[in-house]
Design a protein around this ligand. Structure first.
Ligand code: WT7
Length: 656
């Protein structure tokens, strides 16, 4: 460890790559940046050689802003690259998946085993009538059948949409309907903190209004004597009994690989579309570079496959690299807060990729849970999901990495598909709290409202100025929204607008400042304030609602809703027929049903009116200030300044 300068501000603390690490690093020389910059297309063409193509491309990139096509006219199959290809090598008998369930059950899949099960499920899906281009919804716990189902879809060219198991029946239904999924793959349940997550029960609720779904495949996970209810439902294990692996479909580089729903700035989640060739080149290359992935590694990414991190860096990136991937089903504190350290010790995990919110929870639980655990196998740590505060970075570095492992903070998004800003651990000095610099071949800038670069030290908006291989191609069924939300912010310039604020320091290191739009980041999960508000106003008691994110020690941000009730409800409460408390509980439960437990507001503040400008715009800035107990600033533009005094009086000092 070395520190630069005389006065050590947090931003100036620098950690140089340890000598031991440098000597063995996949990327040892800074030349890679210059080379990639000189010709990004040549750079990506060279990276594409990592994969096996059925037919090579005519052209690396066709860029008709804002539409890109990568590896034009090339043919490949993503599943073939993640599975079959390795069978021709010594990796045939290498562990592909090491699984540990929450109750402690264990399973190992070699690449051969993976081929067998993926291939058989793919064949079974075909027999159920799933054809190239048909969408398949996946709603599963974190068990081997989740990556297996994704790969089986990729094998037959059926785009998958994975819906996080924590989403509610309604959220599941909306996504199935938006995508028009033909088949749903789910399970009788999954384990979380010793309890069963009732996935099949939720799925059945969703499926009473999903006309596109023809078949439901059910994995038996918890085995609690559930009966299948209708001929549309079938057991996964019975379905696979008769099958033998089918061959992979030949797919075009630009054929859709998957849709993944994420929250935007409107009430409706958007289906981010990723395609095959560029995506796989992007995730395979970045994982090799940023996490220094090697054949000997035991790689553990704690994200759920329901998020992009699970797609890119738990399934496609690692398996295309032929890695050994650890998969854990449950909670980090079950049965005790040392579960993760136990797992690292048990399997000899070498690369550990997790989120700042998890690190802050570990900090809160205390270092004593690490005592006596042998974590000496670890050689690299990664984080993603939100800006990591330097304290959490340093804790992770010191207690988990034992001062030995680079901490690679990775900035990226569902939309970018792959890491965009991250250190190359063998050559990039690290600064706690900064995601460091853009990866080779990528053009990232911090700009002002007009799209002009801002000088170091000034806050601006984060943009990408050139296309990259794993970029999203469109919003499913809504190209207009793709163009509007991501590419129309700076007239006359085709810049991708990420939605994040950022600052560059004097060494050109990037510091992400968080979202600048109506998106909140709760424990690394993205929520749209509009989506939450529309869920709230659907409740019969609510007249109006405004949602904000308030800083939270562990989760980064917590959801706070300001709600105006309908007059008759208000009157009923006044008469004592109904209480504030009951209303609050009911609204929290309502949001949980509408979206899922991750969206449940921490607090609901009732108000007779919301603070609005004279043109009727809700002033969220003021609501944020009230929830944070801050000075309010200028309220002269308000149409109803008296509501502020009232809100401050009622909720101003309250702990959230
Ligand atoms: C948003 C994307 C990429 C997988 C997880 C979230 C925030 C993500 C970082 C980071 C600062 C980060 C941004 C971004 N974010 N990683 N390392 N440092 N902020 O994916 O749900 O698409 O959310 O998460 O605000 O825009 P997502």
């Amino acid at each position: 460890m070395a520190q630069s300068g005389k006065m050590v501000l947090p931003e100036e603390q620098v950690f140089y790559p340890p000598e031991r690490f440098v000597r063995q690093a996949n990327v040892k020389s800074r030349e890679i940046y210059a080379k990639a910059q000189a010709s990004p297309e040549l750079f990506w063409a060279l990276q594409a050689e990592r994969l096996e193509w059925f037919r090579k491309w005519d052209k690396v990139l066709e860029w008709e802003p804002p539409f890109a096509r990568w590896f034009v006219n090339a043919k490949l199959n993503v599943c073939y690259n993640c599975v079959d290809r390795h069978l021709k090598t010594w990796r045939r008998n290498k562990a592909a998946l090491l699984f540990e369930g929450e109750p402690g059950d264990k399973q190992v899949y070699t690449y051969w085993d993976l081929y067998q099960e993926v291939g058989r499920l793919a064949a079974a899906l075909q027999r159920l009538g799933v054809k190239k281009g048909d969408r398949v919804a996946i709603y599963l716990p974190m068990i081997p059948q989740l990556p297996i189902a994704m790969l089986a879809c990729a094998r037959i060219g059926a785009p998958h949409l994975v819906i996080f198991g924590g989403f509610s029946a309604e959220a599941l239904r909306d996504r199935i309907n938006d995508a028009g999924a033909k088949v749903l793959i789910t399970a009788d349940g999954g384990w979380r903190r010793g309890k069963v997550v009732p996935l099949l029960r939720n799925a059945r609720l969703a499926l009473d209004a999903t006309p596109s779904v023809e078949k439901v495949v059910v994995v038996q996970r918890v085995g609690q004597e559930m009966e299948l209810l209708s001929p549309t439902e079938c057991w996964y294990h019975e379905l696979l009994e008769e099958e033998t692996p089918c061959p992979p479909e030949e797919m075009d580089s630009e054929d859709m690989l998957f849709i993944l729903y994420t929250s935007g700035t409107t009430g409706r989640p958007k289906g981010v579309v990723h395609t095959s060739g560029g995506y796989l080149v992007g995730v395979t290359t970045t994982l090799h570079m940023t996490f220094d992935l090697k054949d000997e590694d035991v790689y553990w990414c704690t994200a759920d496959c329901g998020w992009i991190t699970g797609h890119s860096y738990l399934v496609y990136g690692p398996l295309a690299n032929g890695a050994t991937v650890l998969l854990y089903e449950g909670a980090p504190d079950w049965p005790r807060p040392d579960r993760f350290w136990q797992i690292i010790e048990r399997y000899g995990v070498t690369i550990f990729y997790t989120a700042p919110t998890a690190i802050r929870a570990f900090m809160r639980w205390g270092e004593q849970w690490l005592d006596g655990r042998n974590l000496s196998s670890l050689r690299l740590l990664g984080t993603v999901g939100e800006p990591i505060n330097p304290e959490a970075w340093l804790w992770f570095y010191q207690y988990v990495g034992q001062g030995r492992c680079p901490v690679v903070d990775t900035w990226w998004q569902t939309e970018t598909g792959m890491h965009i800003i991250a250190a190359l651990p063998g050559i990039t000095p690290l600064k706690p709290g900064s995601a460091t610099v853009p990866l080779p071949g990528l053009k990232v800038e911090v700009v002002d409202k007009e799209g002009n670069p801002v000088p170091p030290g000034q806050d601006g908006l984060l943009v990408l100025k050139e296309p990259w291989p794993a970029m999203m191609r469109t919003v499913y069924g809504d190209e207009e929204r793709y163009v509007q939300e991501y590419w129309s912010r700076f007239p006359g310039k085709w810049y991708y607008f990420a939605g994040d604020g950022a600052r560059k320091d004097n060494h050109h290191y990037l510091w992400i400042l968080g979202r600048v739009d109506d998106v909140v980041n709760v424990a690394g999960h993205r929520m749209s304030t509009m989506e939450l508000e529309s869920a709230l106003v659907e409740h019969p008691t609510v007249a109006e609602a405004a949602v904000i994110g308030k800083p939270h020690e562990i989760k980064g941000q917590a959801i706070v809703a300001f709600v105006t009730l309908k007059d008759e409800i208000f009157a009923a409460i006044k008469r004592g027929e109904w209480s504030w408390r009951e209303t609050e509980d009911e609204l929290k439960a309502h949001v949980t049903v509408k979206i899922g437990a991750i969206a449940r507001p921490d607090n609901i503040y009732f108000t007779a009116e919301l603070p609005k400008t004279r043109s009727g715009k809700i002033m969220r800035r003021l609501l944020r200030a009230i929830a944070e107990g801050k000075i309010l600033g200028d309220i002269s533009t308000l149409a109803n300044p008296e509501v502020i005094a009232e809100l401050k009086r009622r909720y101003g000092d309250q702990e959230v």
